[in-house]
Design a protein around this ligand. Sequence first.
Ligand code: CP
Ligand code: NVA
Length: 308
Amino acid sequence: MNHFLDIHKTDPTELRAMIDQAAAMKTARAGQLHAAPDAEQPLKNHMVALIFEKPSTRTRVSFDVGARQMGAQTMVLSGADMQLGHGETIADTARVLSRYVDLIMIRTFDETVLTEMAEFADVPVINGLTDRTHPCQIMADILTYEEHRGSIAGRKVVWCGDGNNVCASFLHAAGQFGFDLTFAGPQVLDPEPEFVELARAQGSKVEICRDAEAAVADADLIVADTWVSMHDAQSARERRHNLLRPYQVNAALMAKAKPDALFMHCLPAHRGEEVTSEVMDGPQSVIFDEAENRLHAQKAVMRWCLGV
Ligand code: CP
Ligand code: NVA
């Protein structure tokens, strides 16, 4: 069963094939209206369930549109409206959904909800973000980097801010796609050591740095994300802001990186907090290409899951 649960759990050759297929499918669609079907309909007669236990704009719309372009029918389900949110077990939910749908994408809180869903479902399950990782985002980010600058292998990526779920999937990708990653942030918000060690074991140079300016020297790509994720307590907001303010990505920080460095952010962004509008809207920013590429990358992920 091809579950897409995390980047480090997927074979690097298959990850590469997904990125290449995503790029080819994007090219093939050039100039078409979003609702126009793809020439190929690999997901024809497939039913896709998209389950959200947290808010979403990009993941929700890009999966739905992508599945439909490939010929599938879709249903978007809110966790709160399902029995899942009212005491039915994940295992029973997985077994039941497998009788109706061919593919499940779930965005949830605790990673065990995702892994249990995958364990008990008879159909592939895709991770649409958990508190711990966000692999689909990073597939889109790799596609985006390579569209603009060629192979990401051997490049230096600098993550500025919280060592959160998106950072974790970047670390997984560093090992699998062969790039280096420097984390710039406060010690209490370091990424999980397990993820750092895994990337290092795969040959990536991973550095942990407390000084943002030193971190971005020679960077090919600078990445930021919100300082307060959906799973973080709102009561921690002020403390997090105080800790993370020195890691804001602004024009002065971008100027310390390589002149052709790109800026990425998975969005939603908080302008003036983790990144300034000047950087978000500036010439090095590729944030809206990233958002678009969620669509193309996830179409390749769905095809891989279903083997079509
Ligand atoms: N980047 C991302 O996953 O966005 P959404 O939360 O809007 O899906
Ligand atoms: N780190 C953010 C990413 C949102 C797409 C969160 O989990 O809220």
